[in-house]
Design a protein around this ligand. Sequence first.
Ligand SMILES: Cc1cc2nc3c(=O)[nH]c(=O)nc-3n(C[C@H](O)[C@H](O)[C@H](O)COP(=O)(O)O)c2cc1C
Length: 373
Amino acid sequence: MESLKLGALEVWPPVVLAPMAGITNAPFRTLCREQGGGLFVCEMITTRALVERNAKTLKMIRFAPQEKPRSIQLYGVDPVTVGRAVHMIADEDLADHVDLNFGCPVPKVTRRGGGSALPYKRNLLRAILREAVRNAGTLPVTMKMRKGIDDDHLTYLDAGRIAVEEGVSAIALHGRTAIQHYGGTADWSAIARLKEAVPEIPVLGNGDIWSADDAMRMIAETGCDGVVVGRGCLGRPWLFADLAAACEGRDDRARPTLGEVAATMDRHATLLAEAFGNEQHAVADFRKHVGWYLKGFVVGADLRRALATSSTLAGLREGLAELDAAQPWPDGADTPRGKTNPRDRVHLPAGWLDDPYEMAVPCADAETDTSGG
Ligand SMILES: Cc1cc2nc3c(=O)[nH]c(=O)nc-3n(C[C@H](O)[C@H](O)[C@H](O)COP(=O)(O)O)c2cc1C
């Protein structure tokens, strides 16, 4: 297996932590990065908020000192604003890599022509990529997308060719359409087709990698140059140790006991408290992780509830101390976790599908209220 080449940047193993809004902040990235190498992408930020130097946004793109390479994912709909945001990142040395998000399926985003609705407008996509690459200097620019809006409106092959023509360094494909949201299974054959369509640049496969063996299978089946792992590592940062081992041809796998999991939970919440500078906020944010960390372990309902409703670090630690530390890693922990729901329709602006070549720039509020991929 070869390292992943994004412009001048070399990444080994060829493994990427998927950007996940509300999850892949510096504390979570740190926990994952300690387990194994790869590229660990920050939470998505909007280009408008960045160029306006929104205080919360500037805080979200802070990296821990050991984080190298630093990777920022941007979401934007206006070529000019995207160009300004990328220029700011390059000029002020805010990151080593920029990824552009065209995969968000959330109705309030697609309704305004953003996210996974955007690649349908080929010329708008091209203009955004062109401005991003033109302003990036030596930084590699990559894009992340879905297959299309639905099976009748697939866009990924056109988008892939446009990306190559505009100088994008790699493409990540989540093998679902927008209408699928997180339902059904990811179509890995689309990743193989994209790989054939854009032999010039690396293709990263994404969707439904729940174990290192899944990652190896995706690479073998699709020929992709690397993998992007999202929900599989929720509550499981040590999946990155497994991925590194598998890429090096080893079959040892991390199987932490419940005591080791509890120590990681403590550390995660503590890092969040340091990063947020606010213990209450951090412990509240950590609640969503509790179920993922405990998935598959035998833990009584009362204790689970107590852990998921703690409001202080001391309270959380009291609950963690009650866990059966010797309990071994459960079989079946490699199963799906996180969002799994499909949608019945994709909300789009009126007439959006009429002309794929219309140069329509969505209004600026297409960037508000975005919540990820
Ligand atoms: C909670 C959550 C937040 C996400 N936020 C983003 C995001 O900000 N940017 C993005 O490109 N994708 C985002 N995604 C999509 C993931 O990056 C990934 O493409 C998707 O989960 C499929 O990969 P998986 O099957 O490995 O989870 C998000 C997914 C989840 C579950």
